[in-house]
Design a protein around this ligand. Structure first.
Ligand SMILES: C[S@@+](CC[C@H](N)C(=O)[O-])C[C@H]1O[C@@H](n2cnc3c(N)ncnc32)[C@H](O)[C@@H]1O
Ligand SMILES: [Zn+2]
Length: 391
C-alpha cells in the first residue's frame, strides 16, 4: 500500500492515505493535533528538567505512533517510551515508524489501555491519555498507575459534553453539571480537572495543574502527581461550583463540595444556573509555562510561533480568578459597540485590577474587577470613542 509521509518535529512517519480525519480511518492521524504534540514535547521536556530521574513514558493511545516517537526522539532524558494501541494495524505501523526513526528506546504493544496501566502499575512517570472522545473510562487506571513525582497529560475531545451543549453525558461521564456560557470552555477544563482530582484522591494522590488549554475541538491538561492523605484533603478544597446569571452575566464561585449556593442573582434577582462540581483552583503554573517557552528555542517545532503565542497567554492567566468576561457579550447586553480590548485592559490595570487577555477567546478578559466595574469602563470607553472618534 502507498503511504503518506508526514514530517513533524525531528521525526518522519508513514501512514496509510486518508480522505478525512476520522476515528474510522484504518489508523488515526490528525494533522491539526501537531500543535498539541509540539506543546506536549515542551511540557515533557520541562517536566524532565524538574525531576532527578529519566522519563519512562506511556503513550497509552498511540495511533500511528507519532506522539510516542516524538517523545523518544525529541525529549532529552528519556529512558524509554511504551507506545500502546488496541488496534493491531496501528501497532504494526507504530512499530515500523519507530524503527524508521532509528529509535531503540521505544517499545510498541497492543493492549486495552486500562489493562496496560493496571499491569504496569508504578512503572511510568509520564502517562499520556489521548483517546477518541472522553478520557473518563481510563482515569481510574492512570490514578492507580502513576506514582508520586510523575506527570499526567490528558486530552478530551468530548467538548459538547464538557462545555454544556449536552449536560447529560457530562453528568454520566464526569459526575458534573456543565453549562453553556461564554466561558464554557474554561468550565469544561475545570470539570475535567475536578474529575481527575477526585479520581486521584481515591488513592491519596493529588494533582498540581501545570498547563491547560482549550484549542480547536479539544481540551488538554498537564498535571504532576503528589501523595499524602492530608495534602490530598487540602487540595480538594479547590473543588467547588460556579453559579452564572443568564440575565445579567453575573457569576459567583463557591468553594467546597457542598456549599450553600444563592439561588437568586445578588445583582438582578434572576435565577442562577450552576456548573460543577469543578476545579476552582489554578489550572496554569507560570513557572512551568515559562520553562516551556524557554525550551522552545532548543527544539525543532513546526508550530513554534503558535505554541509560544498560546503559552504566553496561558502564562498570563496563572493566578487569575476562574471565568472571564467576553467583551462582545457584555456590549451586546448594553446595546453598545465594543471598545478595543487593549483599551479596556489598560483602564482596568490603571485602576489597579489584575487584567489579562485569555487564550480561550480573542474577545475575552480575565480580571479581578467586578462586573459592574467592567461594564462602567466599557461604557465610558465607548462614550469617549463617540466624542473623539479615531481618525
Ligand atoms: C485519538 S487516537 C490517538 C492519536 C495519537 N495519540 C496521536 O497523537 O496521533 C486514539 C487511539 O486510541 C486507540 N484506542 C481506542 N480505544 C483504546 C483502548 N481501549 N486501549 C488502547 N487504545 C485504544 C485507537 O485505536 C486510536 O488509535
Ligand atoms: Zn443577574
Amino acid at each position: 500500500m502507498d503511504h503518506v509521509l508526514i514530517n513533524e518535529g525531528l521525526v518522519h512517519i508513514r501512514i496509510p492515505p486518508f480522505e478525512k480525519v476520522s476515528s474510522r480511518a484504518p489508523v488515526f492521524y490528525n494533522p491539526v493535533m501537531e500543535l498539541n504534540r509540539d506543546l506536549s514535547v515542551l511540557a515533557l521536556q520541562q517536566f524532565k528538567s524538574e525531576i532527578e530521574k529519566g522519563l519512562s513514558i506511556c503513550d497509552a493511545f498511540g495511533g500511528s505512533g507519532i506522539r510516542g516517537i516524538r517523545y523518544g526522539k525529541e525529549v532529552s532524558g528519556v529512558d524509554g517510551v511504551v507506545i500502546n494501541d488496541v488496534n493491531p494495524l496501528a501497532v504494526s505501523l507504530a512499530r515500523d515508524n519507530s524503527l524508521e526513526n532509528g529509535l531503540d528506546n521505544v517499545t510498541v504493544c497492543q493492549m486495552d489501555a486500562n489493562l496496560l496501566l493496571r499491569l504496569c502499575k508504578g512503572k511510568f512517570n509520564v502517562v499520556d491519555i489521548d483517546p477518541f472522545g472522553t478520557p473518563s473510562p481510563f482515569i481510574d487506571s492512570v490514578a492507580v498507575n502513576l506514582p508520586r513525582n510523575s506527570m499526567l497529560a490528558v486530552t478530551a475531545t468530548d467538548t459538547s459534553a464538557l462545555c454544556g451543549t449536552y449536560p447529560e453525558p457530562c453528568i454520566r461521564k464526569y459526575g458534573s453539571n456543565s453549562l453553556k456560557t461564554e466561558y464554557c470552555h474554561e468550565n469544561g477544563l475545570r470539570i475535567l480537572a475536578g474529575y481527575l482530582s477526585l479520581s486521584f484522591a481515591r488513592y491519596r494522590k493529588f494533582l498540581t495543574f501545570k498547563f491547560s488549554h482549550s484549542t480547536e475541538h479539544y481540551l488538554r491538561l498537564y498535571a504532576t502527581i503528589s501523595k499524602g492523605a492530608k495534602k490530598t484533603d487540602k487540595s480538594l478544597k479547590n473543588m467547588g461550583y460556579i453559579a452564572h446569571c443568564p440575565s445579567c452575566l453575573n457569576r459567583q464561585v463557591y468553594r467546597g463540595m457542598a456549599p450553600i449556593v444563592d439561588v437568586k442573582c445578588t445583582r438582578c434577582n434572576h435565577l442562577m444556573r450552576v456548573a460543577g462540581p469543578l476545579w476552582c483552583g489554578d489550572i496554569q503554573d507560570s513557572d512551568f509555562i515559562s520553562g516551556m517557552i524557554e525550551k522552545s528555542s532548543e527544539l525543532v517545532l513546526n508550530q513554534e510561533k503558535n505554541a509560544i503565542k498560546l503559552l504566553e497567554l496561558c502564562k498570563a492567566e496563572s493566578g487569575a480568578p476562574p471565568t472571564f468576561y467576553d467583551i462582545h457579550t457584555i456590549c451586546s447586553k448594553l446595546k453598545i459597540s465594543a471598545p478595543p480590548l487593549k483599551d479596556l485592559l489598560d483602564r482596568l490595570k490603571a485602576e489597579d485590577h489584575m487584567a489579562t487577555p485569555t487564550h480561550f477567546t480573542p474577545t475575552g478578559i480575565k480580571t479581578s474587577a467586578p462586573l459592574e466595574v467592567v461594564e462602567s469602563l466599557v461604557e465610558d470607553l465607548v462614550k469617549k470613542q463617540k466624542f473623539y472618534p479615531e481618525k
